[in-house]
Design a protein around this ligand. Structure first.
Ligand code: CBH
Ligand code: ZN
Length: 396
């Protein structure tokens, strides 16, 4: 069975639904360590990774992203991480390809390989060294015949364009999707969102947008700026959005990383499935056709997106059989006041409470204001010492 490719689907005007957040979901389940966030679970716990892919497929995802986030050798051995010495980046990436392909073939989904920002870039080691890290990963994606590539989670457009160049060079026949983890304020070196998008297009990206760092509203505001930048420069490109499943109206330029709740206290900010409905509709209305998600999005959020766009897509996901659009299943509830909630207006207008009497709506982000080029962002292979930590506690 030959599947339609990504560009074929997008060029035909189809909606492509992405998957949700892997490192966040698998951290909560005990298979990923928060901090390094590396995906050695592809070797250590392949069943856990496979099941999450299956859950997203069942929820309506058309794309299985290989679980290869941060799987560059320099990241797998950064700050005391021993993943690379145990398994090698190549093995982790290969196993991720096998798992994603197996699940994709249980449905009509495509497999997307992935590369992301590197410690080598943060440390200022230059283009050649950074691209060497990418190219080691891309060799594996080429050998394992992923359907297309996503270069995601870049906060500096300079490294983003190096990644796109590497994809074009190593995997010339694959579509190249590129997402930066920025908001409407642009990248960490002060390049505007519109200008970032233009540079991404010039480097050769086929699908352009934003992932992670901000909630759906802020992400779409950033993508709107990218869209305007692209149109102004005469580019016609497909757009992608893969926002956080956490509300971040108070985040500044560095996104949710800067919020005091990151990463272990974010739960009160989790979006509801109804927020996910609204996100899918607003992304669609903005002209985004690769509508996906990042950290915090669980399979039920993806199902809500697929349900919102069921008419446009001409189908409902398998997972909807146990759902019922807009709370319809509640008509089978025993209690009458719960049956009274079996309607769209009820859920659409709900303002959910947090149940936390002292919880404020907004927090104050850290805003240390450091980024690539500053000494404090230089990385090393040894783990952070207690003395180093102490000096950070004081600064805090
Ligand atoms: O795991 C995934 O779903 C990936 N496709 C994207 C992860 S974005 C991860 C953010 C990590 C934040 C950090 O470096 O602290
Ligand atoms: Zn993310």
């Amino acid at each position: 069975m030959s599947k339609k490719g990504l560009m074929e689907r997008l060029d035909a005007g189809e909606v492509v639904i992405g998957d949700g957040g892997f490192v966040f979901a698998l951290e909560k389940r005990g298979y990923v360590k928060a901090g390094p966030w590396t995906p050695e679970a592809t070797v250590e716990n392949p069943e856990a990774v496979r099941q999450l892919h299956r859950d997203f497929l069942r929820a309506g995802s058309d794309v299985m992203q290989t679980f290869t986030f941060y799987a560059s050798d320099d990241k797998l051995q950064n700050r005391g991480n021993e993943a690379q010495s145990k398994y090698s980046g190549a093995l982790i990436n290969k196993k991720a390809c096998d798992i994603a392909r197996g699940v994709a073939n249980e449905g009509d989904a495509l497999v997307a390989g992935g590369i992301s920002q590197t410690p080598t870039y943060l440390s200022g080691k230059g283009k050649e060294a950074v691209q060497k890290e990418f190219e080691k990963q891309l060799t594996v994606f080429l050998e394992n015949k992923v359907d297309f590539m996503i270069a995601e989670y870049f906060e500096h457009v300079e490294e983003m364009t190096w990644a796109i160049e590497s994809v074009k060079k190593s995997c010339p026949d694959m579509a190249c999707v590129a997402t930066m983890c920025i908001g409407p304020e642009g990248d960490m070196h002060g390049v505007s969102a519109g200008e970032c998008a233009v540079k991404m297009a010039q480097a050769g990206a086929d699908v352009i947008g934003i992932n992670c760092h901000f909630d759906p509203d802020v992400t779409l505001a950033g993508i709107k700026k990218m869209k305007e930048g692209l149109e102004g420069a005469g580019f016609k490109k497909h757009l992608i959005s893969q926002p956080l499943g956490f509300k971040t109206p108070d985040a500044k330029k560095q996104g949710f990383i800067d919020l005091p709740e990151f990463p272990f206290g974010l739960e009160p900010r989790i979006i509801t499935r109804w927020d996910a409905h609204r996100y899918a509709r607003e992304a669609y209305n903005l002209g985004v056709r690769f509508i996906g998600a990042c950290c915090g999005f669980e399979p039920y959020h993806i199902r809500a997106m697929a349900e919102e766009l069921a008419k446009e897509r001409g189908r409902l996901p398998e997972g909807s059989k146990k759902h019922g659009m807009w709370g319809d299943g509640l008509r089978q509830h025993t209690k009458p006041w719960v049956r009274a909630r079996a309607r769209r207006e009820y859920w659409e207008n709900l303002q959910p409470s947090s149940g936390r009497p002292l919880s404020a709506a907004l927090s104050t982000p850290d805003q240390w204001g450091v980024t690539q080029g500053d000494d404090i962002l230089k990385q090393h292979s040894e783990t952070t010492t207690n003395d180093e930590l102490k000096s950070l506690f004081v600064k805090h």
